[in-house]
Design a binder for this molecule. Structure first.
Ligand SMILES: Cc1cc2nc3c(=O)[nH]c(=O)nc-3n(C[C@H](O)[C@H](O)[C@H](O)COP(=O)(O)O)c2cc1C
Length: 215
């Protein structure tokens, strides 16, 4: 951690969904650190089904804005990261790459053999592939969002987009699902109000449903 990076507690406390960005460029090394943080996220069987399209070009951000209900911050952000999941990554080399990396890190041959059998069965019969992708992509997305905040940037997560239009702008393959958009940059103008959060008693239960967690 560099001395200027914010602590995780401070990041979580201070992060707000940014209403408007000033458009100043984002340092290349920071973008690298943000993307790399996302790629460190955990995933089922380490299958890493996320894919990210980074839009920095003004024309491309303008097209993305048009695909995102004309939300101005899509064009204003220094960088827009379009977070996607690839339903077919495992069929197209991800499984072999996961096994190669695993073996390099000490995965046993018996685990590798089992994984080679089990993963294709699991994924080819998965009852809800969009949900499976979403589950993983959003963890990587959140890693990126929090890393950007730790580096002193402001962020805007977005679900306000039309998937078909985004697919067209980005020329996405059919196996890609668009999960969410992340705007990164610096806040312009006043920040949004703090919407507050539900009490723990409303959202966390202890041991079984209905027994509020008390700490
Ligand atoms: C997955 C997701 C999608 C969102 N989509 C949008 C969006 O399309 N447009 C927008 O202005 N804000 C969007 N938001 C921001 C939320 O409105 C914001 O996070 C919420 O009001 C709480 O505010 P806070 O993040 O500043 O605490 C989204 C947030 C999340 C996590």
């Amino acid at each position: 951690m560099s001395s200027t990076e914010k602590s995780i507690s401070k990041v979580i406390r201070e992060r707000r969904a940014t209403p408007s960005f000033d458009g100043a460029p984002l340092a290349e090394k920071d973008l690298n650190q943000i993307l790399s943080a996302g790629l460190q996220a955990p995933s089922g069987y380490n299958m890493q089904p996320w894919r990210f399209i980074v839009a920095r070009n003004a024309e491309q951000k303008k097209r993305l804005r048009a695909a995102s209900f004309n939300q101005a911050k899509v064009e204003e952000a220094s960088v827009m990261i379009v977070a996607c999941g690839d339903a077919d990554g495992w069929r197209n080399g991800d499984l072999e790459e996961m096994l190669r990396l695993g073996r390099a890190g000490g995965m046993t041959e018996s685990y590798a053999e089992q994984a080679k059998e089990k993963i294709p069965t699991y994924l080819s019969t998965h009852p809800n592939m969009p949900m499976w992708l979403n589950r993983h992509v959003m963890i990587a997305f959140t890693h990126m969002m929090l890393m950007a905040e730790a580096l002193g940037y402001d962020t805007a997560p977005m679900e306000g987009f039309e998937e078909e239009k985004v697919r067209e702008v980005l020329k996405l393959p059919l196996s890609y699902h668009v999960v969410a958009l992340l705007g990164i940059g610096h806040l312009q103008g006043p920040d949004k109000h703090n919407g507050g959060r539900f009490d723990m008693a409303r959202t966390v239960f202890e041991e079984e449903y209905g027994k509020p967690m008390r700490l």
